[in-house]
Design a protein around this ligand. Structure first.
Ligand SMILES: Cc1ncc(COP(=O)(O)O)c(C=O)c1O
Length: 425
C-alpha cells in the first residue's frame, strides 16, 4: 500500500473527508506532500510532480523563492506575532497602494474570504444599502454573503449552496450571468438597494473564463450610474496579471479591491483596500467592524513585502515570460486536441488557462457546465500518472509560475499529449 494511501486512511479518522479544503480531495485518495521546491512537489512515496496548481495561483514566484524565504527567516529571529502595530505593516500598505493606486487605504487580513467579507460589509456600511450582486460561477470565499447559487426565474435571488447557510442572508445576494452587461443593467434598473457588485475580473473559479470585450468597462459604468460600489475581487488576479493586477491590465478603477494569494506567495496574508472615504468607515474610527488576531503578523507581512519587491524587480521579464510560456503550452494543448479531433475549448489569459471538452465557446457558468466532466477527470488522472499536478477539477484553473522553465513547459506539453490520447479512447 502506498504511503499516501496509508496517510489518507489515518487522516479520514481525524479530519473530515481526510482533507482540510474540499477541492483537495479526488478519488480514490490524494497524494500527500512532503516537500516542494521551485516548480516541483514530492509526495510521501518519493514521486515528483511538476506543480501547475501552484497553490491555486498563490505561488506566482514558485515554491520557496529564495528572497522570500530569507526575509521570513530573518523575521523569525525577531518574533512571530506582536498584536501591536509595526513599521512593516506601514511599508507593506504603502507598497500595495503604490502598485494599486485605487487602494488608497488598505487593511491587512489573513485570507481571501476574510477580505471579500470585509469588502461587502464596508460597501453596505458606506452606501447604507443592503443587497449585493455577484456573477454566477465567481467564487469569493466560503462565507454566507457569497456562497450562493442563482435562484430560479428573473429575480436571481441567491440560494445558499451549503447546509447551514442562511437564506435570509443569501436572499440579499443577487446572482447574474457573467459576461452579460444587459443582465446587470436590467437588475440594477429594477433593484434600488444594491450596495455593490462584486466580480472576479477574470473568472478563475469555473475553469478560466476571461471577460468579453468591453464587459468590465460596462460593469464599471453601470455601477457608477446606479450609485453602487464596484468590488474587484483580485485574490487570484492581483499581482498575477501585472504588478497592478487586472485593474491595471484592463484600465478599470474599482472602488474596493481584495487581494490574497500572490500577495504572500505562499504565506498567509490578504488585504482589502479602496477609496479613502470608504476605508475610513472601518472600526474603531468608523462604524464597520473588522478585526483579527493574526492580521498584519510580521512573518506574513515580511513575506508579502519581499514578494512585491521581487515581482517589481523582475517585472520586465516576469510577466511577458509567464504569458509567453502559458501561450505556448495552451496553444500546443489546443493543437494536439484539434489533431486528435477532440471537441474542446482552451481559454487562456495571462499565466492561466483551462481546457474544456465541448464544441461551444465557454463564456459563462452554463457553457462551462456543459463541458464533458468525465473527459476532464480522465485527463486529470492521466496527467497525475505522468507527474503533472493540475487542480483536480474542471472548475479550477491551471496556473504557471516563474519557476517553470522552457523544459518544464515541454514536459507538460508532452504529458498532455499522452493524456489526451487516453481522453480520446
Ligand atoms: C477569486 C477568489 N476570491 C476569494 C477566494 C477565497 O480566498 P481564501 O481561500 O484565501 O479564503 C478565492 C479562493 O480561491 C478566490 O479564488
Amino acid at each position: 500500500m502506498s504511503k499516501s494511501r496509508k496517510l489518507f486512511l489515518r487522516s479520514k479518522k481525524v479530519i473530515p473527508s481526510g482533507i482540510n479544503s474540499p477541492v483537495r480531495y479526488y478519488a480514490p485518495y490524494p497524494f500527500f506532500v512532503t516537500r516542494a521546491e521551485g516548480s516541483s512537489m514530492w509526495d510521501a512515496d518519493g514521486k515528483r510532480y511538476l506543480d501547475f496548481c501552484n497553490g491555486y495561483g498563490a505561488l506566482l514566484l514558485g515554491h520557496r523563492r529564495k528572497e522570500i524565504i530569507s526575509a521570513v527567516a530573518s523575521q523569525l529571529k525577531k518574533g512571530t506575532l506582536y498584536c501591536a502595530p509595526t513599521e512593516l505593516e506601514v511599508n507593506l500598505s504603502e507598497l500595495i497602494s503604490k502598485n494599486f493606486p485605487s487602494m488608497q487605504k488598505v487593511r491587512l487580513v489573513n485570507t481571501g474570504g476574510e477580505a471579500t467579507m470585509t469588502s461587502i460589509r464596508l460597501a453596505r456600511g458606506f452606501t447604507k444599502k443592503k443587497k449585493i450582486i455577484k456573477f454566477e460561477g465567481c467564487y469569493h470565499g466560503a462565507h454566507d454573503y457569497v456562497l450562493v447559487k442563482a435562484g430560479s426565474g428573473a429575480a436571481h435571488n441567491g440560494i445558499s449552496v451549503s447546509a447551514g447557510g442562511l437564506d435570509e442572508v443569501s436572499r440579499n445576494t443577487l446572482v447574474i450571468q457573467y459576461n452579460n452587461s444587459q443582465d446587470l443593467a436590467d437588475v440594477l434598473d429594477r433593484e434600488k438597494d444594491v450596495a455593490a457588485v462584486i466580480i472576479e475580473p477574470v473568472l478563475a473559479n469555473m475553469g478560466l473564463v476571461p471577460p468579453g470585450k468591453g464587459f468590465l468597462k460596462d460593469v464599471r459604468k453601470l455601477t457608477q450610474e446606479h450609485d453602487s460600489l464596484l468590488i474587484f475581487d483580485e485574490v487570484v488576479t492581483g499581482f498575477r496579471m501585472s504588478t497592478g493586477g487586472a485593474q491595471k491590465y484592463y484600465s478599470i478603477r474599482p472602488d474596493i479591491t481584495t487581494l490574497g494569494k500572490a500577495l504572500g506567495n505562499g504565506f498567509v496574508i490578504a488585504a482589502v483596500g479602496g477609496r479613502g472615504e470608504i476605508m475610513d468607515m472601518l472600526s474603531p474610527e468608523g462604524q464597520v467592524y473588522q478585526a483579527s488576531t493574526y492580521a498584519g503578523n510580521p512573518v506574513s507581512v515580511s513575506a508579502a513585502i519581499s514578494s512585491i519587491e521581487t515581482m517589481n524587480r523582475n517585472k520586465a521579464k516576469l510577466y511577458p515570460g509567464l504569458e509567453k510560456k502559458c501561450k505556448d503550452l495552451a496553444s500546443s494543448i489546443g493543437d494536439q486536441a484539434s489533431d486528435m479531433r477532440i471537441p474542446h475549448q482552451v481559454n487562456r489569459e495571462s499565466s492561466m488557462f483551462q481546457i474544456f471538452f465541448t464544441d461551444r465557446p465557454v463564456v459563462d457558468y452554463a457553457t462551462a457546465k456543459a463541458a464533458d466532466q468525465e473527459k476532464f477527470k480522465t485527463l486529470f488522472k492521466e496527467l497525475l500518472r505522468e507527474g503533472i499536478f493540475v487542480a483536480p477539477s474542471q472548475f479550477e484553473t491551471v496556473f504557471l509560475s516563474y519557476a517553470h522553465g522552457e523544459d518544464e513547459i515541454k514536459m507538460a506539453a508532452a504529458a498532455y499529449e499522452r493524456a489526451l490520447k487516453k481522453v480520446k479512447q
